[in-house]
Every structure is written in C-alpha cells, then in structure tokens.
Write a protein that binds this ligand. Structure first.
Ligand SMILES: C[S@@+](CC[C@H](N)C(=O)[O-])C[C@H]1O[C@@H](n2cnc3c(N)ncnc32)[C@H](O)[C@@H]1O
Ligand SMILES: Nc1nc2[nH]cc(C(=O)O)c2c(=O)[nH]1
Ligand code: SF4
Ligand SMILES: [Mg+2]
Length: 210
C-alpha cells in the first residue's frame, strides 16, 4: 500500500499501529486472574512520568496493522480480548471492536479516557490521569475506575474521580509499581477505612508473565 493509503486506513481505524499482542492473564482490576488476549496499540501523548510502557508512546515506531489480521490472531487464543496501549482511544476503535464482537469475542479496554470514546465495549476500565482528565462519556460508561497511587495526594485525586464516575463503577486503587513498597500499606489502610474502594495489584509482574 502507498504511504498515503496507509495513513487514510489508520485514520479510519481499518489499520492500527500495533505494538504487541500476547495471550496472558489479566493482571489488574476487576478481571484479575482471568485469561485474555492483549492487543497493545501504539500512540499516547498523555505523558505519565511513571508509565510502564513508554515504548508505546511514539505511534510511528509501531507498524500499521490491518484490523482483520489482529482479529484473526485474537480469536485463536481466548474468548476475551483486552485492548490497551499506549492510549487506544487515540484511534477510532469502531471497526476493531465491531470485528472482534462479530467473532463473539468479549472486548475490554484499558484507557485513560483522555479522548472521545469510540468502539463498543463489554468492559471499560477507566484509569484517569491528572495531566489529561477523562472526557465525560468515559466517566459515564466506565465499569471500573482504577486510580494509580504514586503519592499521598493521589488519594485526594482518587476521591475527585470517584465523584465524577457513574455510580455503578467499581472503584480500585493500584500502587504505582516503583512506589509499591511505600504506597501499598497506605492503600491497605485506606481501603479498610473507606471500603467502597478495592485494592488492585499488578499481579502479572509478581507472576513474571507479560
Ligand atoms: C500502560 S496503560 C495503557 C492504557 C491507557 N493508556 C491507560 O493509561 O489506562 C495500562 C494500565 O497500566 C497502568 N499503569 C501504567 N504504568 C503503571 C505503573 N508504573 N504502575 C502501576 N500502574 C501503571 C495504567 O494506569 C493503566 O491502568
Ligand atoms: N497481564 C497483564 N495485565 C494487564 N492489565 C492491564 C495491562 C496493560 O498494560 O494495560 C496489563 C498487562 O500489560 N499485562
Ligand atoms: S495514559 Fe497510559 S500509556 Fe499513556 S502515558 Fe499514561 S499510563 Fe502510559
Ligand atoms: Mg501493563
């Protein structure tokens, strides 16, 4: 394909800059412990200084890949697909999610919610970031709210975000990985004192799996 055609296909969401795809166990949040096929889409300009996948940020480093190819791979492995990134909502997720669903796959997203919601989601994990707050539609459809705790102020941020999310969303606090020794005990105390929250750990990192 010509460069211009590829660019157009990416704009339409027919192709997406694919960083990696892997079959693993969901490590975080509500679906922790369950098998899922992860699709990591490149491109993010939210800029979290503690981001654990900075290699994903520059979309140009990740080859535009036809969504048909992504879907064909995914359906070989699992009945649940987690779309992550990077920030997947940088791109139009309409085609990818409709193709995944037409194969009877359950489609989950991990997102900061910083960009307009596209696509149809069976599970929407919203992880808001201070430097680029979620759009209203992300608060409205989130099934879970997962706030990363890097310092004590993040508990205040977490409560602000909980006030904005729809009342059905399940609330999680997750320690930032490099601060986990310091922050996990604070999270444990916080959840015992504020039981509307649950603890989420990055269990895949303890298990040494992707
Ligand atoms: C890498 S992000 C990609 C999806 C999307 N950009 C987002 O931030 O939700 C996937 C998940 O990992 C979390 N995360 C990223 N870096 C982390 C870290 N150092 N410690 C704990 N969680 C982290 C994010 O908050 C998000 O919930
Ligand atoms: N096992 C595993 N679980 C995850 N849950 C969210 C992840 C992500 O990077 O979005 C992730 C990941 O990278 N690996
Ligand atoms: S929004 Fe997600 S991918 Fe982007 S920098 Fe933050 S944690 Fe990383
Ligand atoms: Mg991860």
């Amino acid at each position: 394909m010509l460069q211009k055609e590829v660019q157009l296909a990416v704009e339409k969401g027919e192709m997406l800059p694919l960083m990696e795809e892997f079959y693993t166990i969901q490590g975080e949040g509500y679906h922790t412990g369950t098998a899922a096929y992860f699709i990591r889409i490149g491109g993010c300009d939210v800029g979290c200084h503690w981001c654990d996948v900075k290699e994903s940020w520059n979309a140009e480093l990740h080859p535009p890949t036809n969504t048909d190819v992504i879907v064909a791979n995914a359906k070989k492995y699992a009945d649940t697909v987690v779309v992550t990134g990077g920030e997947p909502l940088t791109w139009d997720m309409t085609l990818l999610t409709s193709k995944l669903k037409s194969q009877n796959l359950k489609v989950h997203i991990e997102t900061s919610g910083a960009y307009e919601v596209s696509g149809t989601w069976d599970w929407f994990c919203l992880s808001p970031k201070k430097n680029k707050l979620p759009v209203q539609s992300a608060y409205d459809i989130a099934n879970e709210l997962k706030v990363i705790i890097y310092n004590k102020h993040d508990f205040i941020f977490a409560e602000e975000q909980a006030a904005k999310v729809n009342p059905k969303a399940i609330l999680f606090l997750q320690p930032e990985w490099s601060k986990k020794e310091e922050m996990t005990p604070l999270i444990v105390d916080y959840v015992m004192n504020n039981p509307k929250w649950r603890v989420s750990l990055q269990t895949h990192k303890y298990l040494n799996i992707p």
